[in-house]
Write a new protein. Structure first.
Length: 318
């Protein structure tokens, strides 16, 4: 009985994280291809090795919370020879996770093979014990690109949008008004389609990049201040003004914002619905031709009805 009590005490659940999750301010994740470092500054997570660009804070916070709620009990094995088989050895592992609180190490462990759905074999650094825990290595990638906040260029609450040949302004009622590049108002031409204006504003506020881009080949020098194939878009909000510059080069789509000195790639769908939009695409679709055709068709039917009524068919002779 005493031996069992001692064994139970030895294998009481032990948290993976030695500090509260909220106190973790640096995370280092490694795999066989490299590593990524994430740091918390001013309450936000950033990527110091990627020009201090913002990391996906909600995703990282959730990952740290999952580590904080995980614990180890009975080891699956305690033999050094098993480390390589479970891929938790120092020179063969799927992930190595190190979490810090200031300069203090709050957790240091290896993740290896998966024995089941959202389960993984784990070994703490400096220990031979291998455990099965409720975590997923897929939730902890070791690449800066994977942790980049893909929505970092999105602008919430646009109040004015100035495109290539139009300016949209949002009024106090929440509706949009249209001004053409020449200064003419919407009343001087086709009516603005409010749904299309709202779709553009939504696309800007939900813009997501694909990743950091290498700079595309420079266009021919035309003497212009900006490349001829570059599309500028200026967005005003209550917090200030942001200028976007879009380019499409060999089926690759690029975007940059004036306050971030980094070029990004984006998908064709987002490029087309923002940079590809022109004045004509904001107008209400005209249905005049259809209405005229319908009226003409109705008049023809009425004429045929009147003729039939005036000349009733004679009964056939027996």
């Amino acid at each position: 009985m005493l031996g069992r009590q001692q064994s139970d005490q030895i294998h009481q659940p032990t948290p993976l994280l030695a500090s509260p999750a909220v106190e973790v301010d640096r995370v280092v994740i490694s795999d066989s291809a490299g590593k990524t470092t994430l740091e918390k500054r001013g309450g936000n997570w950033i990527l110091p090795e990627m020009a201090d660009l913002p990391a996906d804070s909600p995703r990282l916070t959730a990952a740290i919370e999952s580590i904080a709620t995980a614990s180890t009990t009975w080891p699956v094995t305690s033999t050094t020879a098993s480390h390589e088989r479970f891929e938790v050895a120092r020179d063969k592992f799927q992930r190595r996770i190190r979490l810090y609180r200031g300069e203090n190490n709050a957790a240091d462990f290896y993740l290896g093979t998966s024995p089941g759905l959202r389960q993984v074999h784990l070994r703490r650094a400096g220990s031979d014990d291998v455990y099965k825990v409720e975590l997923s290595a897929a939730d902890l990638p070791a690449s800066d690109e994977d942790w980049l906040d893909k929505g970092l260029l999105a602008v919430a609450g646009p109040e004015q949008i100035r495109g290539v040949d139009y300016t949209l302004r949002k009024n106090d009622s929440g509706s949009w008004t249209l001004e053409q590049e020449s200064g003419a108002t919407a009343g001087d031409g086709p009516a603005l389609d409010q749904d299309k204006a709202r779709q553009l504003a939504s696309a800007i506020s939900q813009l997501r990049v694909q990743g950091v881009a290498a700079k595309p080949a420079s266009p021919p020098d035309t003497g212009e201040a900006e490349p001829a194939d570059q599309v500028a878009l200026v967005v005003d909000t209550a917090d200030g003004q942001k200028t976007f510059r879009f380019r499409a080069v060999d089926s690759t789509y690029y975007v940059q914002r004036d306050d971030i000195d980094t070029l990004f790639t984006l998908g064709q769908y987002d490029y087309d619905r923002i940079a590809g939009l022109r004045l004509a695409g904001l107008h209400m679709e005209t249905v005049t031709a259809d209405v005229d055709t319908a009226v003409t068709t109705k008049d023809n039917i009425d004429d045929e009805t009147d003729t039939a009524a005036a000349n009733p068919a004679e009964p056939a002779e027996g």
